[in-house]
Design a binder for this molecule. Sequence first.
Ligand code: RB5
Length: 149
Amino acid sequence: MKNKQLKIAIACDHAAYQLKIDIVQYLASRQIDVLDFGTNNCTVSVDYPDFACMVAQSITSRESDFGILLCGTGIGMTIAANKHNGIRCALCSDTYSAKLTRLHNNANVLSMGARVIGSGLALDIVDSFLSTEFSNEDRHNKRIAKLEN
Ligand code: RB5
């Protein structure tokens, strides 16, 4: 990862609690600031939209630079996050998609499914996402502007 000053907002539901711990520890080991919005156990069932909302607000208020959202499939978190203006959340299960969604979509939230991929791959995906800058090419800026409008 290039930029160690990043602040990352992270949240999960009960299905992805262990993966969140793994990612928080990974980011901390790389001196990346993490704002952890929970949930904080795997035994109490919670509703993913509540957690996606907290991460989305952290980004749109500029408290955080990027977000990471985790649930069983990653799908619920992705749908919920993308309801928020200014959020471009990408569900990724491979490193190529994580890189391309930064390059082309300027995604600001990464979502993953803890019941879909293992921890090792998830950490590689986080690396790929956070180490890739938006291309800032006109054609991509034009398309992102259409998303916002
Ligand atoms: C929880 O059982 C599960 O529905 C949730 O983690 C997620 O996969 C939803 O999209």
